[in-house]
Design a protein around this ligand. Structure first.
Ligand SMILES: NC(=O)c1ccc[n+]([C@@H]2O[C@H](COP(=O)([O-])OP(=O)(O)OC[C@H]3O[C@@H](n4cnc5c(N)ncnc54)[C@H](O)[C@@H]3O)[C@@H](O)[C@H]2O)c1
Ligand SMILES: [Fe+2]
Length: 381
């Protein structure tokens, strides 16, 4: 079966294998004539990136690339990108990559013509209204991993390189105008990135599904997103060129990001400080944290996972799901402890303090405190 479609929710999505061919047309649809393609260092030399640049050049849209972007991108990457955007008189951004390239690209478009510093737009209260919305350049997003769902998100995660804190920067107009979701672009991911990014999508769905907030639309999307990851991540891990399974993972990633409008939780509250202090891969970090977080939340989430488990093809209700999660991680070679990712227990005090400040805390079904976060980090490290 060919999985393809033109969707308008939550933004215009051109979904299907090979649709990167429509890149120039997507730029025109977004009102972009002189795009800057923003991606990360690792992707810059790869064929999927040079091919995208070829497509732009052939269509007369120039060939402009900015790739000085680190994994877990920071404000220095952003400033350099904004300089290139301004110097080249660009009128829009193609945010291309995994979460790192997508998030930084979205921020280049956002910050290109703002006068206030990036940290003034953190996702707190109505801080986003401080931005000049009309000055935000249009964005076409092209995911090359199936994990963060940043292509359909209104926020970017940017690390403050001075304080080593990951900040969520939010504006409704940071939602890309057009997305090209082409599963063929994800085929070349290293196995560990396929697993780690897929488990990020899974964490988004699990945390959204666990969140106590009232948002039935997102709740339903989270449930189907979990099913898609459970059924398709093993397939793409074993057979990287299984395009149908890659397509389902790409859908699950977008669904996770839509679902977490309902809330995230302790997994992400832990993972943000860990990633900021130790530069670990985000989705892999989430996967290591998930078992301990499920144990903490169990009294509040048991009933809903009892109901979900049969739909997910898992016997034994919540207990079956809990056992499944550990086995799922093991299948993909995810370490059981954060220490294997280089995380040191010496920083637990700092990580607890940073986690308490993280906006993801608000969606956890059990209120997070210094004590229970310390226990979570001790269990996970
Ligand atoms: N905006 C959001 O809502 C949101 C949500 C979750 C995570 N994030 C952020 O996203 C970032 C993580 O993104 P990620 O997990 O997608 O990883 P990533 O973007 O950092 O990419 C990981 C590595 O994979 C490589 N890569 C990506 N696609 C590839 C491909 N198709 N073929 C070969 N190599 C490829 C990259 O070059 C990089 O080295 C973190 O900064 C995280 O905080 C953002
Ligand atoms: Fe995430």
């Amino acid at each position: 079966m060919t999985l393809t479609g033109n969707w308008s929710y939550p933004t215009a999505i051109r979904f299907g294998a090979g649709r990167i061919r429509e890149l120039a047309d997507a730029c025109r649809a977004a009102g972009i004539r002189k795009p800057l393609l923003v991606t990360d260092r690792g992707l810059a030399p790869l064929e999927i990136t040079t091919r995208a640049l070829d497509l732009l050049e052939e269509a007369g849209l120039g060939r402009a690339l900015f790739a000085e972007v680190d994994p877990n991108p920071n404000e220095r990457n952003l400033e350099a990108g904004v300089d290139v955007f301004r110097a080249g008189a660009h009128d829009g951004v193609i945010a291309f990559g995994g979460g790192s390239g997508l998030d930084l690209g979205k921020m280049v478009a956002f910050m290109a013509r703002q006068s206030r510093p990036i940290w003034d737009f953190e996702d707190i209260g109505d801080w986003w209204t401080r931005a000049d919305a009309d000055a935000i350049a249009p964005i076409v997003a092209v995911p090359t991993t199936a994990g963060t769902g940043s292509e359909v998100g209104r926020a970017s995660v940017i690390t403050n390189s001075q304080t080593h804190v990951k900040k969520i920067i939010f504006h409704p107009r940071v939602l890309p105008s057009v997305v090209i979701a082409d599963p063929e672009l994800t085929v070349g991911m290293p196995k560990a990135i396929t697993a780690g990014t897929g488990l990020d999508a899974f964490a988004h769905c699990v945390e959204a599904f666990s969140s106590p907030h009232y948002h039935p639309m997102s709740h339903g999307i989270a449930l189907e997103g979990m099913r898609l990851v459970i059924e398709n991540l093993p397939r793409v891990y074993d057979r990287p060129d299984d395009i149908e399974a890659r397509a389902n993972m790409m859908s699950a990633a977008a669904m996770g990001a839509v679902a977490f409008q309902k809330g995230l939780g302790a997994i992400h509250a832990m993972s943000h400080p860990v990633g900021a202090l130790f530069n670990t891969h985000h989705g892999t970090t989430n996967a290591v944290c998930m078992p301990a977080v499920l144990d903490l939340n169990e009294p509040q989430i048991r009933d809903r996972f009892d109901r979900a488990a049969p739909y997910l093809g898992i016997d034994g209700g919540y207990d079956g799901f809990r056992a499944f999660v550990q086995a799922f991680n093991d299948r993909f070679g995810i370490p059981r402890k954060l220490s294997a990712l280089g995380v040191s227990p010496a920083r637990i005090g700092d990580m607890v303090a940073m986690a308490l400040e993280d906006p993801s805390c608000g969606g956890n079904p059990v209120a997070l405190t210094t004590d229970n976060l310390r226990s979570l980090f001790e269990a996970a490290i």
